[in-house]
Design a protein around this ligand. Structure first.
Ligand code: AMP
Length: 282
């Protein structure tokens, strides 16, 4: 596996791969790799010929300096995992390469970027959108892999690809969970063993909602019941819990409309912010 942090070396490798007619697959990450990331990589190996994984902790998508400073990182361990997984190239740029100067262009990615995650993490999706566009422009992948754990991010990137006419196929990969149901996340490493147990209740609530939503008419009633359950979990603090149309990400009032429905949750456990979601009706 090549470990590249310079643009010239990246360009050299990309032109070699494209001369051979290889299909380039990109898996963008912020490192501290776990089995969720590894599943994206496995899919990338299955659906492309040359797999590039980027590791870049993007300062622009953090709305709190402390969150950015505390974000877990372990490049040596990550690099070993990628080598063993058959990745062709690790792109690990420093912030100066991605942002030679403070970006003077600000792109507003529209209504979707201002709700849920965007509402509670101001500027988050402006940062995500910008870095993803930069990676797409630098690497020009044929196919890019993203996790459905970050569903709003995936929907936003789908909009970006369409609106900016990127010739890139997107693959959304289902959420990988631990045995207790907790969605794998780099942030889980910041939790204590008892914090992990509390955090696993997030998914327990989502599963309850999936099994019971059809007995409710209004999404509000479902949310009240779910919030009641979450409130009884000591140490779990819910930031939002929203029922949405899976395609448009608009809030859904009725659960009986026959539309595809998604439930998204953000919560804090031991000061660590976690998100998860479930398709209620697929
Ligand atoms: P991150 O390093 O957290 O920015 O995540 C990099 C990519 O991995 C994103 O596309 C995430 O949605 C995806 N990802 C993170 N956790 C999981 C998981 N548990 N299952 C599937 N994909 C994931």
């Amino acid at each position: 596996m090549l470990n590249v942090n310079k643009l010239t070396s990246l360009e050299e490798e990309l032109s070699k791969a494209s001369e051979k007619g290889m299909k380039i697959g990109l898996v963008p990450t912020m490192g501290a790799l776990h089995n969720g990331h590894m599943e994206l990589i496995k899919q990338a190996r299955m659906h492309s010929d040359y797999v590039i994984v980027s590791i870049f902790i993007n300062p622009l998508q953090f709305n709190q300096a402390e969150d950015f400073m505390n974000y877990p990182s372990n490049l040596l361990k990550d690099s070993d995992k990628l080598k063993n997984a058959g990745v062709n190239l690790l792109f690990n740029p420093d912030a100066k390469l991605i942002y030679p100067k403070k970006p003077s262009v600000k792109i507003d990615f529209g209504g979707l970027s201002h709700k849920l995650e965007g509402r509670f993490r101001l500027g988050h999706f402006e940062g995500v959108g910008l870095v993803v566009m930069k990676l797409f422009n630098l690497i020009k992948p044929n196919v890019a892999f993203f996790g459905l754990k970050d569903l709003q991010q995936f929907v936003l990137i789908k909009h970006i690809v369409k609106e900016f006419s990127y010739p890139i196929k997107l693959e959304g990969i289902p959420t990988v969970r631990g045995e207790n149901g907790l969605a794998l996340s780099s942030r889980n490493t910041l939790l204590s063993p008892s914090g992990i147990k509390i955090a696993a209740q997030i998914y327990k609530g989502l599963i309850w909602a999936k099994n019971n939503f059809e007995t409710f008419h209004a999404s509000e009633a479902l949310k009240i019941q779910l919030n009641n359950f979450y409130q009884t979990q000591e140490g779990l603090s819910i930031e939002y819990c929203e029922v949405l149309n899976s395609n448009t990400f608009k809030p859904l009032k009725s659960l009986q409309s026959g539309k595809k429905i998604t439930l998204c949750v953000a919560a804090y456990v031991e000061g660590v912010r976690l998100i998860d979601n479930i398709f209620l009706r697929e």
